[in-house]
Design a protein around this ligand. Structure first.
Ligand code: NAD
Length: 341
């Protein structure tokens, strides 16, 4: 469902490439190397954002970067940025991009993989609202008190739930709406009300309602019972890391941030300072994010070939990074995937 366009012969895709920081600089170039090994054409512009840019310009993502991305690229491949704690005025770079480019739908698939520690029969997608809620970092302080504001609007909820229903229609017509509406009666009450109203437009979709605590428990006990899950920003962030853990871990989990006119693709993981610079980061999440980007461009043939190549490297289990029990380097894993293409 994150594929919107029809590919035409000889298209050149204009990409913004943002490695970010930490292992972003190790995995994003590998995803680009893989894309360049296909017969497709890419024109890549690399942008620097994050804390180093903030120190020079006062902004983690300067306006001119956003303008250039919007005006001269169709989509972005993003790595991750470290968000330093306690820096006055610093705003997370990825949050800034999601807001500025109005990337309202965060799509996080989790599918069983040929690995010992991957649950069998899992094939679910978490559709996470990406622009508001607790995750948007609206906070203020009062004496001895810190407050985070959780804004849920009808407009943002309608478009994310509609997106989820449309996705459910293309999959197995099952949608689970996850809230904490019994406690957050106003904000999640609105989220649920919108979902119930929209359900009337999708009579073929079986819609279930779950509280987030129950949903989290069910996800580890019966992950196969889910197909499409739609939820607010912070719940989606947490549940999607949980789902990634069920099928192999963060080194394998891709995501898409979709807006009406732009899309950004990134691994779910962060900058992983504990392994950065060692050349051992798993490039598969970034490569699968590039695969999602090809789906978005309508290049389903190459997208499927990339997914199959990743699966075949996992199945052979000869060239794996340490997070998957192997001893190979990031670049060796990419080489193996390119060989399997
Ligand atoms: P993390 O995802 O960076 O790392 C969590 C654990 O997973 C670490 O042990 C790490 O080594 C491992 N890991 C992650 N990706 C891996 C890969 N590709 N291969 C092998 N192992 C991998 O999360 P964190 O440590 O909580 O966050 C580190 C920094 O990243 C923080 O500053 C955080 O704010 C930032 N972050 C950024 C984004 C983003 O830019 N989209 C997302 C999440 C976290």
């Amino acid at each position: 469902m994150w594929n919107f366009s029809e590919a035409t012969a000889m298209t050149t895709y204009n990409l913004a490439v943002i490695p970010g920081s930490g292992i972003g600089h190790e995995v994003v170039p590998e995803a680009i190397r893989l894309l360049e090994s296909t017969s497709l054409n890419f024109d890549c512009q690399t942008f620097e954002i994050g804390y180093e840019v903030f120190k020079k310009t006062g902004s983690s993502v300067p306006d001119k970067v956003i303008k250039k991305m919007r005006n001269s690229t169709q989509a972005c491949l993003f790595g991750a940025t470290t968000t330093p704690l306690g820096i006055q005025g610093y705003k997370s770079a990825i949050l800034t991009l999601r807001k500025a480019l109005d990337l309202y739908a965060n799509i996080r698939p989790a599918k069983s993989l040929p690995l010992k520690n991957s649950f069998e029969g899992v094939d679910l997608v978490i559709v996470r609202e990406n622009t508001e809620g607790l995750y948007s970092g609206m906070e203020f302080e009062l004496p001895d008190t810190a407050c985070s504001v959780r804004v849920i609007t009808r407009k943002a909820t309608e478009r994310i739930v509609k997106y989820a229903f449309e996705l459910a229609m293309k999959r197995s017509k099952m949608l689970t709406v996850v809230t904490k509406a019994n406690i957050m009666r106003k904000s999640d009450g609105l989220f649920l009300e919108v979902a119930r109203n929209l359900a009337k437009d999708y009579p073929e979709v079986e819609m279930k309602e779950l509280l987030v605590d129950v949903a989290a428990m069910n996800l580890v006990m019966h992950p196969q019972s889910y197909d499409v899950i739609v939820t607010s920003n912070l719940f989606g962030d947490i549940l999607s890391d949980e789902a990634a853990g069920l099928v192999g871990g963060l080194g394998l989990a891709p995501s898409a941030n979709i807006g009406s006119n732009y899309a950004l693709f990134e691994p779910v993981h962060g900058s992983a300072p504990d392994i950065a610079g060692k050349g051992i980061a798993n490039p598969m999440a970034a490569i699968m994010a590039a695969k999602m980007m090809l789906d978005y461009f309508g290049e389903t043939n190459w997208a499927n070939r990339i997914e199959n190549a990743v699966l075949s490297v996992l199945e052979k289990a000869k060239v794996l990074t340490p997070d998957l029990g192997g001893s190979s380097l990031t670049t060796q894993v990419t080489d193996a995937i390119i060989d399997a293409l």
